[in-house]
Design a protein around this ligand. Structure first.
Ligand SMILES: *Cc1c(COP(=O)(O)O)cnc(C)c1O
Length: 352
């Protein structure tokens, strides 16, 4: 059993019908500290601000990583998580890439389950809602000079969430970014590390200023091949074949991406993981074979793309409507998550 320090008073709950994304946090969090070459025990403590030195190395050199997962509760009060082991595997991969210490994921998972049980009243039950789980690891040594830290904090905070995009499942408008880049081969694109997101903000702001929801990143070397969207992997349906960029090192290996591929293959769809050039996408749009496009990620699950802005023109996909394969995946994956569909891939774990 995890050591628990309870908060003095629980916060008033927000209106669960107007949650938005990542705005509210529960009363407690998980905290674990690394020093003298080893991790301490994970503990549950009240959610409150950290005290840290202005010289803490996370504040200067961004040696930090995070994850995103979701917990669900049904009307019987049963709490479940979706593919959480894969999040901890990926977090340890990110830790290695950022020269941070790996942690014992079985121990952290057990402590997370205790935290979820304690925060049970924060898990919304309505369709499309969940309790977002944000595991985070930061360097926290008081030290200037670019070296791997010797002191780290690992924490997990929880946030009840509704839909990620303001307009829910409406198809999004995405701007293809052909100047700024997110990640390069040999860089940190395949790690969920903090610096990647600071670097992506400019592309996102540019897209927003031109009336788009997000930007689509292309490869850094040639600005020719599709990589991914801000926090989503990208899929196209071309001539009834589902194509997604191969994991070449600069792309985040999304767990939702992997779930889509497994579901599609099992249900007889043709899936290809390979390089996709914007030339190919434009050509498919021009000759009528670009059937659908969508993004995948924990936050939005599946997000249909209705418009791709590229070189000053808008490519309209499937008349700006969600396509049948996109809808099938959305229903299947959210159905498994909400336990309305059988857990045929063994992705759901019971917490209580
Ligand atoms: C988290 C993330 C994704 C999606 O990964 P999931 O495991 O499906 O949530 C895709 N791209 C980037 C850049 C991300 O940070």
């Amino acid at each position: 059993m995890t050591k628990i320090t309870l908060c003095n008073e629980r916060k008033a709950k927000p209106d669960f019908s107007k949650l938005g994304f990542g705005k509210y946090f529960t009363d407690h969090m998980l905290l674990m500290e690394y020093k003298d070459g080893k991790w301490g025990e994970p503990e549950i403590v009240p959610f409150k601000p950290f005290e840290m030195s202005p010289a803490s190395n996370i504040l200067h050199y961004a040696q930090g990583i995070f994850e995103g997962a979701k917990a669900y509760k049904n009307d019987k009060g049963e709490i479940t998580v979706f593919r959480i082991d894969d999040n901890f595997i990926r977090m340890n991969n990110s830790a290695r890439r950022l020269c941070m210490p790996e942690f014992d994921s079985a121990k952290v998972k057990a402590a997370l389950f205790d935290l979820l049980k304690l925060e049970e009243s924060w898990i919304p039950t309505a369709k499309g809602t969940a309790l977002y789980i944000r595991p985070t690891m930061i360097a926290d040594q008081e030290q200037l000079g670019v070296h791997a830290s010797k002191i780290y904090k690992f924490f997990i905070i929880l946030s009840p969430v509704g839909s990620y995009y303001a307009h829910g499942l409406e198809p999004t408008k995405i701007l293809v970014e052909d100047f700024y880049t997110r990640a390069t081969i040999g860089g940190t694109g395949e790690a969920k590390c903090m610096g990647n997101y600071a670097c992506s903000l400019m592309g996102g702001e540019k897209a927003a200023s031109l009336g788009y929801d997000q930007c689509l990143w292309l490869d850094a070397a040639e600005h020719k091949y599709v990589e991914e969207v801000g926090s989503m992997n990208m899929f196209f349906v071309i001539n009834n074949v589902v194509v997604t960029p191969a994991l070449v090192g600069s792309i985040l290996p999304g767990i939702t991406r992997n779930s889509c591929i497994q579901v599609l293959k099992k249900y007889g769809y043709k899936v290809e993981e390979r390089r996709i050039s914007m030339d190919e996408v434009v050509e498919a749009a021009n000759n009528g074979t670009l059937n659908e496009a969508f993004g995948s990620g924990t936050a939005a699950v599946i997000s249909p793309v209705g418009v791709l802005g590229y070189k000053g023109k808008d490519i309209i996909i499937n008349n700006g409507q969600m396509g049948p394969i996109t809808e099938f995946l959305y229903k299947k994956i959210t159905g498994i998550q909400n336990r309305e569909e059988p857990d045929e891939f063994g992705w759901v774990t019971k917490v209580n």
